[in-house]
Write a protein that binds this ligand. Structure first.
Ligand code: ADP
Ligand code: MG
Length: 233
């Protein structure tokens, strides 16, 4: 199953997103409030039975806010020339503990030099989401391969996992706001990543097969590195 994500279909404007996110955070808060009211009414000393539920709902609200804040930062953009492989190495450094915990091996091939113009923190955020999803989809003993290749006009980053894969229907839904199949997922990560990649003129392709794995390919426009001209005398 191949799918190229069309921004117009999947991504909302910032204003629409803010409204949806406010709504999504309100749900867990309403649940927590309900439990607190119940505890008050019951007037018992021991309310420990509610604590896991309250914590889990608050955790969800917190995760949504964290993901959204990463998303809502573009005002502070700093566009500069960067080496794509450096950015990816920084991402992998961040993701290593998660891979270790999940028993997933990272296979890294980043020997290609590609200069791109971007806000490095934003691009890092986008790539973190792809790598994190790949690791989360993969069981103990599996592998996530990250490979960078250079083409005349673009850089191609492939994040390929041997994880659980997706059905064609699931691939279609990827990038839809709040679409998640995880217990503790927010369904914000891919929306954020796609929006960031779009904003730097790139695009993203998903190929996935159930029980086999997923490959996310990110195409990014490259630039010729600026050559410092030194007077030759
Ligand atoms: P979250 O990770 O919080 O669920 P995302 O927007 O990052 O939200 O991902 C949305 C959904 O897309 C995931 O819940 C998962 O079902 C699916 N998905 C994304 N990447 C992969 C992958 N590499 N393999 C399998 N499923 C994936
Ligand atoms: Mg995610």
């Amino acid at each position: 199953m191949k799918a190229e994500i069309q921004r117009s279909e999947k991504l909302n404007t910032l204003g629409e997103l803010a409204a949806s996110i406010a709504h999504e955070v309100r749900n867990p808060l309403t649940v927590v409030k309900g439990f607190l009211q119940l505890m008050k009414k019951e007037n018992k000393d021991d309310h420990t039975q509610y604590i896991p539920l309250v914590l889990s709902e608050l955790g969800r609200a917190e995760a949504i806010i964290n993901d959204y804040l990463n998303f809502a930062k573009p005002e502070f953009k700093k566009i500069e020339e960067c080496q794509l492989s450096d950015i990816i190495y920084e991402v992998l450094f961040l993701m290593e503990p998660l891979a270790l915990k999940q028993g997933v091996q990272l296979d890294i091939d980043l020997d290609t030099r590609c200069t791109i113009k971007t806000d490095r923190n934003q691009l890092k955020q986008a790539i973190v989401n792809f790598v994190k999803n790949a690791i989360e989809a993969t069981d103990d003993g599996g592998m996530v391969s990250i490979k960078l290749t250079n083409h005349p006009q673009y850089a191609r980053l492939s994040v390929k996992d041997t994880g659980k894969g997706m059905t064609p229907e699931q691939v279609k839904r990827i990038g839809t706001l709040f679409y998640t199949t995880k217990d503790k997922g927010t369904g914000l990560g891919t929306t954020v990543s796609l929006r960031i990649i779009e904003s730097i003129g790139g695009r993203v392709k998903y190929e996935s097969k159930l029980e086999v794995g997923t490959e996310v390919t990110v195409f990014l426009p490259i630039i010729e590195p600026t050559v410092e001209l030194v007077s030759g005398n």
